[in-house]
Design a protein around this ligand. Structure first.
Ligand code: UGA
Length: 444
């Protein structure tokens, strides 16, 4: 079986590499010449633990190749996956231009017996519309939809051991070839669900919206915890032990970010609105997550007596979550900009040494380690839950700072640990130290 994957972003690259790890012959195609050059020389354009080794192994085994030549790549493929980006348009809807450009390009060269599979996240009806688009051009091939549920930072494990595989197919032929592609997963008893493309398309959006809503729910409960003395970590633990709720995605923090939740909640909301369906919970989730940024900035300001002008702020972690260098829609962007506007001096340490972050904050100093980043700091703010921050020696940090104030927006430390460190410690949804109100600050 020969597989072609168009698009070497997160989903395309990880899928292509993992299909080759299953033993198939895979060609990954992208029109970005420098990216393909990098991949051919063994350099991985994204930060994803373990991906470099799999690329090396499968390239050496000659099962995995990279190309910029779309036409020859798809000509003898039995199955072609499209995994290009579907970013948000200004109105929140999904921009399908890259998907259609790719479909248009392959229409004249795809093998007539091949099956085309859309992996990009697309609104309901897109797979059927693509089939018609191709048919109008005289290319009558089967088109299916196969959403991807991998998370950045755990992408290989998620792909190799998914909770489920969803396949939206319209023909026996598509069902047969996709069964073959995912056969290695039957061994692990992974549920493989065949359904219509429309149901598969909506399942992807519904899953991301539900997870975004779950994160937002616990963030709002965290606010309530702060107002009444409860501990959000324990509330999440208590809730998560109920198997109907589950313990995942109940970690309170600065709000969700990344390339998927913000984009997909907006696209789902836009799609429903056009059909006159009121997805009020999705709408509120988007609104609440946007407000979360304002709330986090307020929290930091209150902890700093409403004044960060001239203060040295050490930021630990800027990527939208741990184990990635991805800055797309990271909560850190809005928070840091708000502090800069108020005159703070900011230094950053992020374990991914993200180039994206260095571009976004080009005027700020990036340090090589957390300790140096905290020298002479008036405030330390943890924005990303990188594991290495859990093992920081807080006493050593305390010795280095000018003022022992630690704001942990990811609840990395236990309250006893924080208490022993000698820091004034503020976290999310836990009242170890109550923040002063703005009235208390102004009457001081
Ligand atoms: C998300 C989904 O989890 C994947 O299943 C999906 O395939 C992917 O989008 C996609 O559509 O491509 P990802 O964006 O990589 O994956 O990141 P998540 O781990 O889901 O985190 C999203 C955001 O929620 C991050 O900002 C993270 O910090 C935040 N989050 C997550 C919390 O604040 N608390 C939690 O408990 C979990």
């Amino acid at each position: 079986m020969k597989i072609a994957v168009i698009g070497t972003g997160y989903v395309g690259l990880v899928s292509g590499v993992c299909f080759s790890e299953f033993g198939f012959n895979v060609i990954c195609v992208d029109n970005d010449v420098s990216k393909i050059k990098e991949l051919r020389s063994g350099k991985v354009p994204i930060y994803e633990p373990g991906l470099d080794k799999l690329i090396q192994k499968n390239s050496q085994a000659k099962r995995l190749i990279f190309s910029v030549d779309m036409k020859s790549s798809v000509a003898d493929a039995d199955i072609v996956f499209i995994a290009v980006g579907t970013p948000s348009k200004l109105d929140g809807s999904a921009d399908l231009s890259c998907v259609y450009t790719a479909v248009d390009e392959i229409s004249s060269c795809i093998n007539k017996n091949a099956v085309l599979v859309i992996k990009s996240t697309v609104p309901v009806g897109t797979t059927t519309a693509i089939k018609k688009f191709l048919s109008d051009k005289g290319t009558d091939i089967d088109v299916a939809f196969n959403p991807e549920f991998l998370k950045e930072g755990a992408a290989i494990a998620d792909f190799m051991h998914p909770d489920r595989v969803i396949l939206g197919v319209q023909s026996k032929k598509a069902k047969k070839i996709l069964s073959q592609v995912y056969r290695p997963l039957y061994v692990f008893n992974i549920p493989i669900v065949f359904t219509s493309p429309e149901t598969a398309e909506l399942s992807k959006y519904a899953s991301n919206a539900f997870l975004a809503m779950k994160v937002t729910f616990i963030n709002e409960i965290a606010d309530l915890c702060e107002s009444c003395g409860a501990d959000v970590n324990d509330v999440a633990l208590a809730m998560g032990l109920d198997k109907r709720i589950g313990d995942k995605f109940l970690q309170a923090g600065p709000g969700y970010g990344g390339s998927c939740f913000p984009k997909d909640t907006s696209a789902l909301q836009n799609f429903a609105q056009k059909r006159g369906v009121n997805l009020s919970l999705v709408k509120e989730t988007i609104k609440s997550n946007n407000n979360r940024l304002i709330r986090m900035v307020e929290k930091i300001l209150l902890a700093c007596d409403n004044n960060v002008k001239g203060k040295n702020i050490s930021i630990l972690g800027v990527t939208f979550k741990a184990d990635t260098d991805d800055m797309r829609d990271s909560p850190s962007i809005g928070i840091i900009n708000a502090l800069l506007e108020r005159g703070a001096n900011i230094q950053i340490y992020d374990p991914s040494f993200s180039d994206q972050a260095k571009q976004i904050f080009s005027s700020l100093k990036f340090n090589d380690n957390a300790y140096d980043n905290c020298n002479e700091a008036d405030v330390i703010i943890i924005l990303t839950d990188w594991s290495e921050f859990r093992a920081l020696n807080l006493q050593e940090l305390n010795r280095r700072v000018k003022n022992p104030l630690l704001i942990d927006l990811r609840n990395i430390y236990t309250l006893p640990e924080a208490s022993a460190s000698g820091f004034n410690y503020y976290s999310v949804g836990r009242c170890f130290k109550k923040l002063k109100s703005i009235e208390e600050i102004t009457t001081q």
